[in-house]
Design a protein around this ligand. Structure first.
Ligand code: PGA
Length: 245
């Protein structure tokens, strides 16, 4: 098993490819289950899915979605909550029913975290498992918020965010002190159970970590390296993110 590499001429070309794969999946399987990601990387992907919905009639009416992660401690309506991000960038512009949308909670009480996370895992199982999982990659090598040290078989849980991850989020929050310290994330095991995985990475800033994930031995120091052991994992890169390979 090895990660399948797609070297695109531009990030736009990569986005078009991934959007077409998702559209084909949904047309062939209207009840498809999608694993979705936040961050700067998938924003143009969601714009393209909205365009396919508007122009080509791609319907999400029977689709179910599970997001990778959510900050803990934010109101869902906080501009930086992932609930807000997903509605602003995708859900408000397509025909997916609210009941089909799943994100971990942002305001789960400490004593309820375990049962909340178990319920998230159960909901993915009941939906039939994830058909197509979208991923970005953080500078720590995280997928979801699986920071260094996350085991390959980890499941949905509360995680302490790495300082690099918090620094990368600081501009959006205005100040490092405003960035949450914890999140709930699907585990590496949750992600690896998806039938097909598409990781997108664009720009020079991702070149070093893409190289580590793809070319160096599998290690829990780089959770994206676990994808080397997945039977259908794909990296979609632009020339800049592939420049260190
Ligand atoms: P980005 O984040 O898309 O904003 O670069 C990726 C990630 O942290 O997973």
């Amino acid at each position: 098993m090895s990660i399948q590499l797609h070297l695109h001429s531009s990030r736009e070309a990569a986005i078009r490819t991934v959007a077409q794969e998702m559209a084909m999946l949904i047309r062939n399987k209207p009840h498809a289950v999608l694993g979705l990601a936040t961050g700067a990387t998938p924003i143009p992907l969601y714009q393209e899915l909205v365009r396919l919905h508007r122009v080509e009639g791609l319907s999400f009416r029977q689709v179910t979605t599970f997001n990778l992660d959510e900050y803990l401690g934010l109101e869902p309506t906080h501009p930086e909550s992932y609930w807000n991000f997903m509605h602003r960038n995708l859900f408000d512009h397509i025909d997916i029913p609210a009941a089909n949308i799943h994100l971990p909670g942002s305001q789960v009480k400490t004593e309820d975290i375990l049962s909340h996370c178990e319920a998230y895992e159960d909901a993915i199982r009941v939906a039939g498992g994830i058909d197509y999982q979208i991923l970005g990659i953080g500078r720590t090598g995280h997928i979801g918020f699986n920071e260094p040290g996350s085991p390959a078989d980890s499941i949905t849980r509360r995680i302490h965010l790495d300082e690099i991850t918090r620094q990368d989020a600081a501009p959006a929050f205005g100040d490092l002190a405003h960035v949450p310290t914890h999140a709930i994330t699907m585990g590496c095991g949750t992600i690896l159970a998806a039938r097909k995985i598409a990781l997108m990475a664009f720009g020079e800033g991702k070149a070093a970590i893409v190289r580590r994930a793809l070319r160096e031995p599998v290690t829990d120091e780089v959770s994206a390296s676990f994808l080397q052991n997945h039977p259908d994992a794909h990296f979609h890169l632009d020339p800049a993110s592939a420049s260190a390979l």
